[in-house]
Design a protein around this ligand. Structure first.
Ligand SMILES: [Zn+2]
Length: 299
């Protein structure tokens, strides 16, 4: 499996989950936490239209998520962020690059506070490599956050992370798109896994597998083809972000779960994260809001 150095984010070192065979054994029920879209800078940029945005509000919300996780007993096995860790796109001129560098620096600082027993797993979002990724933006992502397509094991469950930008813009980096399609076809299925779970940023669909293409979902033709492949590989759960609201639905026997933002909400769901319970029979989950009101001004 490909390795990328992530010195600034030691919490993301999941080598043990990938190489230690004991993680392939079922050891009893456990939990993990799934969040999405910390998106440092979005509230000032998108909601408040500030020309000089800061991300104090996102820092506060992300800290709240970390402090809640640190207090959980038993500890969740990992904290996964389903994409868009930062708001500034990586390729829109020097000012944008500079903003992004500062957002990244603060993101790494905040995650120093995460309990050392809990691993941080990052998923690549559209804001992380751009709507149309380039080799340069992908390289920056991998150097800062690690691999973008990979799998790991925890407690007998196989977790697979994929990069939805290769579905959203399949022609941008055709080799990477092909590599991901090969990964889906060959590397996800495993008869020894108690469950197989996929994480990605953009949901295949928001509510209904038959809905039309829009900004927040993936192209229907690609959608059904990949969903069928995932089902054939034994995947029963797909966790996504990007929508900044809670949503989801069922395709045949596969459940797709869309989790609202840790950072800026776009609908009635306040910022929060999802606690996911894994038992031998099934995976269940509950969204935990950090505030009762989604009003940005009160964050
Ligand atoms: Zn997004």
């Amino acid at each position: 499996m490909e390795k990328f150095p992530i010195e600034a984010l030691p919490a993301t070192d999941i080598t043990d989950f990938q190489t230690n065979s004991s993680h392939r054994e079922w050891m009893g029920p456990f939990t993990f936490v799934c969040g999405a879209d910390t998106q440092f800078g979005m509230i000032d940029n998108y909601h408040l239209h500030k020309t000089e945005p800061n991300w104090d509000k996102e820092i506060k919300l992300t800290r709240e998520s970390i402090h809640r996780i640190n207090k959980m007993l038993p500890k969740p096995k990992f904290y996964i962020i389903c994409g868009d860790m930062l708001d500034a796109f990586p390729y829109e001129g020097l000012r944008q690059k500079d903003l992004r560098a500062k957002q990244y620096e603060d993101f790494t600082k905040v995650f120093q506070e995460l309990d050392a027993d809990v691993k941080l797993v990052c998923v690549c979002g559209n804001h992380d490599i751009g709507d149309v990724p380039t080799q340069a933006t992908l390289n920056v992502y991998r150097n800062q956050f690690g691999a973008d397509v990979f799998s790991f094991w925890v407690g007998g469950v196989k977790f697979c992370v994929i990069n939805s930008q290769y579905f959203e813009a399949p022609d941008a980096l055709p080799q990477e798109t092909k590599r991901q399609l090969d990964f889906i076809a060959k590397d996800i299925a495993d008869p020894n896994a108690k469950h197989i779970v996929v994480f990605q940023h953009i949901p295949f669909f928001i509510h209904d597998p038959a809905e039309e293409k829009e900004y927040f979902n993936l192209d229907p033709e690609f959608r059904i083809k990949i969903l069928d492949q995932l089902r054939d590989a034994g995947v029963k759960y797909v966790f996504c972000g990007h929508y900044h609201r809670n949503a989801g639905g069922v395709y045949k026997d596969l459940e797709l779960i869309v989790t609202s933002a840790i950072g800026a909400p776009l609908g009635k769901d306040p910022s929060g994260f999802r606690i996911v319970n894994v038992t031998e029979e099934k995976i269940s989950h509950e969204y935990i809001p950090f505030r009762n009101s989604p009003d940005i001004g009160e964050i």
